[in-house]
Design a protein around this ligand. Structure first.
Ligand SMILES: Cc1cc2nc3c(=O)[nH]c(=O)nc-3n(C[C@H](O)[C@H](O)[C@H](O)COP(=O)(O)O)c2cc1C
Length: 222
């Protein structure tokens, strides 16, 4: 795949097939992700990948956690509230997905169903949980490094014929993930990523977002 194809073809996948990716392939792809740049080459990402039975066990724990506490208890605050142009883009993305999922905006139960798909990892056979050492937790610039790592990972997955969904929602229950993965609280959970082979028969995967015109985001000076 050409680089521009991988960038263009990556999308947030919200329905996966059960097929597991071979371990050797996973190691190759996560090693590629680690080629991402970082401030002073500190490589602050600490990733735990759950696959197969471990993924199913985590899915079950997430279901219990969200049922007991719908607000979650993330290590990093998250309001999900945006204003102005950012809110417009947020609404547009939500409405577009709901349309493909057959969710009416006014139907609270269906909206909840759509939200809960997050905690089922959209049926993916793999999920990655990405932590930062506590010492970096207040460093905005270090979170930027993790973003670069995640995008490199998602492009590597796309190039390998796989798909992924980056998820803040998967950081809502850090204590559950820490316990299941044997991580101590010197690591803070920034985000999760469901991934695997996409279920192309699911209409949720037909949804594509658009982007603001270049002139809204980028100024060239000469
Ligand atoms: C850090 C991050 C967190 C996200 N969290 C979620 C999430 O919890 N649930 C979800 O369905 N999508 C989530 N997304 C996916 C975004 O909604 C998606 O990237 C955006 O709408 C653009 O669409 P695209 O990824 O298909 O290009 C997240 C994306 C990023 C980068």
């Amino acid at each position: 795949m050409q680089f521009s194809e991988a960038v263009t073809e990556r999308y947030s996948c919200r329905a996966f097939l059960p097929d597991v990716v071979p371990q050797a392939k996973l190691e190759e792809l996560f090693a590629l992700a680690g080629k991402a740049p970082s401030n002073c080459n500190v490589q602050p990402w600490h990733t735990h990948v759950v696959s197969g039975a471990a993924c199913d066990a985590m899915r079950a724990k997430m279901a219990e956690a969200i049922a007991a506490n719908p607000e979650g208890n993330p290590d990093f605050a998250w309001s999900g509230k945006f204003a102005g142009a950012y809110q417009e883009r947020q609404i547009c993305a939500a409405l577009g997905l709901w349309e493909k999922q057959g969710v009416d905006r006014k139907d609270r139960a269906k909206r909840d169903w759509s939200w809960m798909r997050n905690f089922q990892f959209f049926d993916a056979p793999h999920a990655a949980f990405i932590f930062l050492p506590t010492g970096f937790a207040e460093e905005l610039r270090i979170a930027g490094d993790v973003g670069m790592y995640c995008q490199t990972l998602m492009l590597a997955l796309t190039d390998a014929g796989l798909a992924s969904c980056p998820q803040t929602s998967l950081s809502f229950f850090p204590e559950v993930v820490r316990e299941a993965c044997g991580v101590d609280d010197s690591f803070k959970l920034l985000m999760g990523l469901s991934f695997g082979y996409p279920d192309l028969s699911d209409p949720a995967n037909e949804f594509r977002t658009d982007r603001a015109p270049l002139s809204d985001t980028t100024v060239f000076h000469q």
